[in-house]
Every structure is written in structure tokens, then in C-alpha cells.
Design a protein around this ligand. Structure first.
Ligand code: SF4
Length: 455
């Protein structure tokens, strides 16, 4: 079920708490610092972005062929590609695989596509034991909390809060250092991995020419789980496919520099299917997920969003996200990427309000490593909302009134008290919010002032 506009507003109110705000701003400012450090390692970052942009466009244009080639090569490598029309389809495919192999304990990595198919809720309904392997997610899971940021799932927690959560769940001593906490979680993850029969991951890229699945990480949890479990299931959106391994030389450094400021993530692996000689994983599956990506593809401009490499940079710099945080949204794609993708993939009418969750500052477009013009695409979505008439009728009426008013010089020059009265009427639609002050009119309009001084 989708979140209504009113629920979204309520969530924003809850998130608008000084302490919460300070934590997000502190943590996202660390990202900006790291990103700025990472940026100077490039001699010409704009040129690399241009290359990535061209490469992504080429992949989008040839997606059908690239996907079929990927399937052929991955199957030849001994793996199996499965196609999922939507989230329910993907869940069913995973469930059937697990049941066939009699697996009821599973590990997962941090991945937005797994959140997109609502894997955790599904597993808890089906009584399948799920272990999180990412340090942030592991900590959140004990509290039943979901991921807060596409890259840094526990971005909203201070180190003291993480310590408190781990103390509550495992009695880890309260004055633990971050290193002690991370070591403790890693130890627990290692213990859990002894039990699992399958691991489920996302995929950063799919290599069409050789049937490879690229996974990048910093913690080593993905490598550990994929080599410990008998079955590896990778779920990937259809847009993850790229022509060949050569393209990684452009995309991987851009991904890590924009995600964490590193030249390269600490651990990068390419898996070409099941392992040989009795090692794990003995079986490997790739689930290619559509889930309305073809709907996104049908929009001439918004389809550029499919080039997203999920670095999370646009989210970390977004002033809206920094104020309302990740829990205000009910989708796995938050911030500017969510404002473009969600209304088109999950329903324009249901999610039209997300197109307003943007201050048009353009910072997201500025940082995007594959040059997705996010702010322009949000405007495109607003245009769609207006042409398809799925927006808030009150706001529509208010805007019409405003246009009518602004078109008339006489009205623009009307006495101050009339303008104030009209503004009050405009803003009396619960659109302005309690946190902003109603702007004051200048005592005279510009044209009146001009006449007095120059005519
Ligand atoms: S839209 Fe661009 S900046 Fe945002 S996550 Fe995707 S690639 Fe990164």
C-alpha cells in the first residue's frame, strides 16, 4: 500500500527534530568532506562523467540485447538467470528456490533492490530466518528498524546510539569504541553465516559480454556470505547491465568516489556463476527485476534515471532529505532519486507529492557522477502531474488564481491590504506549513516605484 500525502507530511513532522536534524547533517557533512577529498584525485572529473554518461546512454539504448547476451553467457557459466516482472514475482522465485533446496535460513547484504522487493517482511511472513550481514543493517535489524539511506543504512544513528542498541540486544559494554562495535558485529555475522543455506545480494553491475556479476563493498560481508552459502541469489534491476568489463574502469572509480570518497571500494568481486571444485556457492542465480522499469523507460526524458549507479551522492546532498530524513519516505528510493523514480514506477497519482519534495537547488544534478539532470527530471514529473491532472486540486486552483492575479498590472499594483488579504487566501490551504513565515509584501510594487523615480 502506498503512503498518502498526509502520512508523508506527518512523517516529515516527526523527523523534524533538532537532535535528529543535527545527526543527519553531521553524518552527511562527513560524506561531503570525503567526496571533496575523492574528487581531487581526478585530473578531469568532468571528462570521466561525460564518459560515464555516454556509456550509460549506450547501455540504455541496447538494453534488450545486453540483457539477452548476459543471460546466455551467465547460463553458459553454469548459473541460471530468472526474470521477474514485479516484486511479487521476484519474491516467489526466491521462495520457490529456497523451498526446493530446503533452505530456511538466509543471509542478505545491504541493497536497495532487496528493500524494493520488501524481502524482509516477506521472509518474516514465511517464517524464513533472515540474517543481516552489513554492520549498519545488523544493528538496525535488532530494533526492527529499516534502512535509512541507500548507501549508509544507519546514517541516522550516532555511535552512542549504536552502542546502546548493541548493548540492549547483546549486552555489549556501553563504552565500546566504534572499532569494538564493528568487530563484535563481524564476529556475530560470522557465527550466523555458519547456519545459512543461501545468501541474497543485489548487484552493482552485470557484464553482458561474459555473464559476470559485479559486487562492490567495504565490509567484506558480501564476499564472506557468497563464499559460505551453498546458494547465491543476486537480484538486479534490468538497468544494471553494461556491455563489458572494460566499462568498469570508468564506472567503478566514479561509484566509489561519489559514494565514500575512496578511489576504489575496499573489496570488489566479479562472479561468473557457481564456484568450481565443490566450493561455495554451488548454485548461483540472477533474478532480473523489471518492476515497472520498462514504464520508466517509456518516458523519453525520465528514462535517464535508469543510468543511476546508486552512489547515494544526490541523497546525501539533498536539503530536503537532510531535513526530513530517510524514514519520512515509505520507499527504498529516497531523496531526489525517489522523487524521479517512485511516482513513475509506483503510481503518479499516489506519489505525486514526492515531486514537490524538492527545493530546486540543483545540488543533486551537480554531484551526480553519470550526469542525470535530477532537478530537470523532477520538473518533468511536475509537468506530468499537471498534464494528467493528478495533482492536488486546491493547489491547482490556487496557482490558477495566482496566474490570473499576476497577469494583471492593475491587480499587481492594488493596495497593500488587498494583496495581503489575497495572499492570506492563497496560503490558507495548508500549503505553506507552520515553519515558514508568510512573506511580507514591499509597500509598493516595482512598477509603482519605477514610475515615482524615473518617469
Ligand atoms: S542519481 Fe546520480 S547521484 Fe543519485 S544515486 Fe544515482 S548516480 Fe548517484
Amino acid at each position: 500500500m502506498s503512503m498518502t500525502k498526509e502520512e508523508f507530511k506527518e512523517n516529515c513532522e516527526i523527523s523534524f527534530d533538532e537532535e535528529h536534524w543535527q545527526k543527519i547533517n553531521y553524518n552527511t557533512s562527513c560524506f561531503e568532506r570525503n567526496f571533496n577529498k575523492g574528487k581531487i584525485k581526478y585530473r578531469n572529473m568532468e571528462l570521466e562523467k561525460e564518459r560515464a554518461y555516454n556509456l550509460s546512454n549506450k547501455s540504455l539504448l541496447n538494453m534488450e540485447k545486453l540483457l539477452v547476451d548476459f543471460e546466455t553467457h551467465f547460463n553458459l557459466n553454469g548459473g541460471k538467470v530468472l526474470w521477474a516482472r514485479d516484486a511479487a514475482d521476484a519474491r516467489t522465485l526466491i521462495f520457490d528456490l529456497l523451498m526446493r533446496e530446503q533452505v530456511n535460513t538466509v543471509a542478505r547484504s545491504h541493497s536497495t533492490v532487496l528493500d524494493e522487493i520488501e524481502l524482509n517482511d516477506f521472509f518474516s511472513k514465511k517464517n524464513i530466518k533472515l540474517y543481516e550481514t552489513h554492520v549498519g543493517r545488523f544493528t538496525l535489524q535488532n530494533q526492527g528498524l529499516r534502512s535509512y539511506h541507500p548507501l549508509l543504512p544507519a546514517l541516522n544513528l550516532s555511535k552512542e546510539e549504536m552502542n546502546t542498541l548493541l548493548n540492549g540486544a547483546y549486552k555489549l559494554k556501553l563504552d565500546s569504541t566504534p572499532k569494538q562495535m564493528v568487530n563484535f558485529v563481524r564476529y556475530k555475522v560470522d557465527e550466523n553465516l555458519k547456519e545459512v543455506g543461501a545468501c541474497i545480494t543485489g548487484a552493482n553491475f552485470l557484464l553482458s559480454d561474459e555473464g559476470g556479476v559485479v559486487l562492490t563493498e567495504n565490509e567484506g560481508n558480501i564476499l564472506k556470505s557468497t563464499t559460505k552459502a551453498k546458494i547465491h541469489i543476486a537480484v538486479a534491476g534490468i538497468a544494471k547491465v553494461i556491455p563489458s568489463m572494460d566499462d568498469l574502469s570508468v564506472l567503478m572509480p566514479l561509484l566509489s568516489s561519489h559514494a565514500t570518497g575512496q578511489s576504489m571500494s575496499a573489496l570488489n568481486s566479479i562472479t561468473f556463476g557457481p564456484a568450481k571444485n565443490g566450493r561455495n556457492p554451488q548454485q548461483m542465480y540472477v533474478i532480473l527485476l523489471n518492476n515497472d522499469r520498462s514504464e520508466l523507460l517509456s518516458h523519453e526524458r525520465q528514462r535517464q534515471m535508469m543510468s543511476c549507479i546508486h552512489c547515494g551522492a544526490c541523497v546525501s546532498v539533498c536539503p530536503i532529505y537532510k531535513n526530513i530524513g530517510g524514514y519520512a519516505y515509505d520507499t527504498s528510493y529516497v531523496g531526489p532519486m525517489g522523487s524521479v523514480m517512485t511516482p513513475l514506477m509506483r503510481g503518479l497519482k499516489e506519489y505525486e507529492y514526492l515531486t514537490s519534495a524538492c527545493a530546486m537547488c540543483g545540488k543533486c544534478t551537480e554531484v551526480c557522477p553519470v550526469r542525470i539532470p535530477l532537478d530537470d527530471l523532477i520538473i518533468e514529473n511536475r509537468h506530468l502531474v499537471a498534464t494528467e491532472k493528478v495533482g492536488d486540486a486546491k493547489i491547482e486552483a490556487m496557482l490558477k488564481l495566482m496566474v490570473w492575479h499576476c497577469k494583471s498590472r492593475k491587480k499587481m499594483d492594488s493596495p497593500l491590504f488587498i494583496k495581503k488579504m489575497e495572499l492570506k487566501r492563497f496560503l490558507n490551504q495548508n500549503t505553506w506549513g507552520d515553519r515558514r513565515e508568510v512573506p511580507e509584501f514591499a509597500p509598493k510594487s516595482f512598477s509603482q516605484w519605477w514610475k515615482e523615480h524615473y518617469e
